[in-house]
Write a protein that binds this ligand. Sequence first.
Ligand code: GDP
Ligand code: MG
Length: 449
Amino acid sequence: MSKTRVYKLAQEIGISSKELMEKLEELDIHVANHMSTLDEEEAELIIELLKDEKVDDLNDKKGELAVEEDDDNIPKIEIGSKISVQNLAQLMDKTPSEVITKLIKLGIMATINQEIDYDVAELVALDFGFKTIKEEVKDETEELIKIEEDKPEDLKPRPPIVTVMGHVDHGKTSLLDAIRHSNVTAKEAGGITQHIGASEVDVDGKKIVFLDTPGHEAFTAMRARGAQVTDIAILVVAADDGIMPQTIEAINHSKAAGVPIIVAINKIDKPDANPDRVKQELAEQGLLVEDWGGDVISVPVSALKKQNIDTLLEMILLVAEMEELKANPDKKAVGTVIEAQLDKGRGPVATVLVQNGTLRVGDAIVAGSVCGKVRAMINDKGKRIKEAGPSIPVEILGLSEVPQPGDQFVVVGSDKIARSISEKRKEKLREEQLKATQKVSLDDLFKQM
Ligand code: GDP
Ligand code: MG
């Protein structure tokens, strides 16, 4: 642009010649009429000025629109994360050149077929009096995963999944050991419990599943990934120490997850054990135990001397019964990865908890963005099994890569579907990562102007 006439410049920036002449006056640039010529410097100056005003203006408009969110009079257009200039113009019933002109005012040079970001499109649309709604990006993999609805008559009782929480050194690990040990010696003398991340315990023919990783870190890490695998929380409180910071955290996490708490008052074998003090402190935290007139079950135990472990297990079953935990064993499995690692000899190994349906050897599976075919399943006793129903933890072999703890897994119709879902999810992950690194914010854009 070397020299331009007033009316041409006005056209270009989308205002009337009269308005432009007023603006020029403000800048001390005097012109005789709309046919007068402006030199390059003058033209640039006026474009700059209008841009700044426009930005303020648009920000004001955005603010106004934000408070009138539900105003039905504002026409709305739905756009995705990107839209071409042409399509945006079409949605608003404008010509592409009108849109391009607005973009120029925002300092963006775009051609008719060029794609612009949602943020930018939003500004342009606002300027034309349209409110934008961000299109929900639909998960293409959803169509490939068909999780059948459960009819009430299909639901059968399932074992409770239990997490042990509490302050450090209050005896979480000892309690888990005591529970497993009592179980092993009673039912299968000499049996060695293999560590797979969770264990099944048998109480008079009824099962309880314990997650091996104690503490609320694992619990919250899972929840952060959208997985809730715990049905009941056992809160371990040492009778000689009472409620401590991590005890309170554990209480809060259980409450947030809506998981019932059973209190195990541990170390009652110790001479300075004071279970009453623990109950008092629990009451201060809003947990009123049964013998204090509340509804929280508490059991005095000694993990070290293996005292009262049976009672604790009975109480877990009682609470489980009240919770009416149910699942449908007669469909394809869905569940959560609770542990995963790369094994030198066996490749990727994952411990999963089946939460609904039944998992079988040979099933095509997707876990997070990883796919595979279940080649073998091993239970917590180290035994190879062919199928695992609801609440059952199993180690599975046959995944292509190591999934993440907290990832959901789902059995799908075929290997091909599993691969396709995995590819789509990986693609999405890559896109998200790319976006995170390349994203130029609207603020950056304005800074450059
Ligand atoms: P965690 O950090 O909560 O897993 O606690 P641990 O299970 O590692 O136990 C911490 C310490 O307390 C260990 O030295 C245990 O031997 C001891 N301990 C655990 N339970 C009992 C108990 O019932 N009685 C006694 N006297 N000591 C216990
Ligand atoms: Mg421990």
